[in-house]
Design a protein around this ligand. Structure first.
Ligand SMILES: *Cc1c(COP(=O)(O)O)cnc(C)c1O
Length: 433
């Protein structure tokens, strides 16, 4: 399998090369040159992502040195459960896909751990140390830091928007030390993302650092995310004979794109519905066909505060024709008032606790059902509510129990520096050491 840039189909790379580079030199994103096709029977006997992963990802790694290692990589990276649980008492058949049982309690652990396991093998004989530069709206940075912490062949630089992430997220970003440096940037997530993009194009940094990205723009994070959609889709299919419909809390569009790819390769997935917060770039685009990135606005679902979702470029590459694209996916925006009322209502009526991000999907589920939607719905829960206790607890009316992995990180000392939102400030810091 070869990988091409969304902006240039002539330069072809292997999977390892695409993972190592992160973003294409032309500013485009890497995508597989073509997609394999699967039947449900290809996954017979497999029900967990560690077992589904090597089968699903094999064609994506064909002719690459990672192909022989996929089983080991998946076992190493996917060493926690990804349960699909029934949503008892819901107004229609529904399940919750809990993606938050990894080390930092958000779905990004899955992609970050897979990426780290791949890079560990790709970089085995590399002469230079790698520097992973990551912009985070809250959860990516923690997941990447956790996945790469203490690996001697790599340094990690994390940029996050100061004051725009939850207290516990901030702690998870800054508790590492060692090979991880954390910067609280005076700006928004879009500023952080722009600084990362500029750093990649900076000739001076190219001389001093071997840079790689670990954002959801890295293909090594996207591909593994297909595995949990495969798992959930197959599970619903085996139990009900129906294709599961998915509602996905969406920001930078990485998680949802993985679901679209999973359906594209033939997995039993029906409708795909995106739940966004008050940031309306995606909903407006799907409505009007006009792509108008804008500044992000801060919301309670802060990991989804994205005004210019990078992965839209991959989605538009998958379906170049707008009308086709419009038929593949729909999106609904959920504001902070609705996030609060959803957390409150479902805590009381269903005994179900949502993080603010997952609450957007839960709200969209109710909207769809009230409009007469049918079928089996899977609400994708992207983070543990305990990460956002300050938002969740007042509305749920009770304490959220803290999982032990989170409790351990909360007890560590915090190590971070503040940074102005410019390339120059970042370059100065990075070149000082
Ligand atoms: C990152 C994140 C999202 C958004 O995912 P994208 O892949 O950026 O669309 C949603 N919820 C949580 C908890 C996240 O951390």
């Amino acid at each position: 399998m070869q990988y091409i840039s969304t902006r240039d189909e002539t330069q072809k790379l292997t999977l390892s090369e695409a993972i190592a580079r992160g973003i294409a030199p032309d500013g485009g994103l890497y995508v597989p040159e073509r997609f394999p096709r699967f039947l449900n029977s290809n996954f017979e006997g497999e029900s967990e992502i560690a077992g589904i992963g090597p089968l699903l990802l094999a064609p994506f790694a064909e002719d690459d040195s990672l192909a022989d290692e996929l089983s080991v990589i998946c076992r190493e990276a996917f060493d926690f459960p990804v349960p699909l649980l029934p949503l008892e008492g819901a107004p229609a058949p529904a399940s919750v896909l809990e993606l938050f049982h990894g080390p930092t309690c958000a779905f990004k652990d899955i992609g970050a751990r897979f990426l780290a396991a791949c890079l560990q093998r790709i970089r085995k004989e590399a002469p230079r140390k790698l520097t992973i530069l990551v912009a985070t709206s809250g959860d990516t940075g923690g997941a990447v830091a956790a996945a790469f912490h203490d690996r001697p062949w790599v340094d990690v630089v994390v940029l996050y928007p100061k004051g725009l992430v939850s207290e516990r997220q901030a702690q998870q970003l800054a508790c590492w030390g060692g090979n991880v440096r954390t910067f609280a940037v005076h700006g928004t997530f879009d500023d952080c993302q722009r600084m990362v993009k500029e750093a990649f194009q900076d000739p001076s940094l190219a001389q001093t650092h071997q840079l790689s990205s670990a954002n959801s723009i890295n293909i090594g994070r996207l591909l593994p995310q297909m595995t949990y959609y495969a798992k959930a889709g197959l599970e619903v299919w085996r139990q009900t004979g129906q294709r599961a419909n998915f509602i996905i809390p969406t920001g930078n569009l990485g998680n949802a794109l993985a679901c679209l790819w999973a359906r594209h390769v033939g997995l039993p997935i029906g409708e795909i519905v995106l739940a966004t917060n008050a940031n309306q770039t995606i909903t407006e685009y799907l409505h009007s066909g006009e792509w108008q990135p804008r500044a992000s606005v801060p919301t309670l679902a802060s990991a989804m505060d994205v005004g210019n979702p990078s992965n839209m470029e991959r989605l538009r590459h998958l379906h170049a024709d707008f009308e086709t694209l419009q038929g593949q996916v729909s999106a609904f925006s959920v504001d902070d008032t609705e996030i609060r009322s959803t957390i409150r209502r479902d805590a009381h009526e269903l005994n179900q606790l949502w993080c603010p991000h997952s609450a957007t999907a839960a709200e969209v589920f109710r909207r769809l059902i009230s409009r007469g939607a049918r079928g089996h719905w899977v609400i994708v829960a992207t983070a543990h509510p305990a990460k956002f206790n300050d938002i969740v607890e007042p509305h749920a009316g009770r304490e959220v129990p803290v999982p032990s992995s989170l409790a351990r990180l909360l007890a560590l000392p915090r190590q971070e520096m503040e940074l102005q939102p410019t390339l120059q400030a970042l370059r100065t810091q990075m070149q000082q050491v």
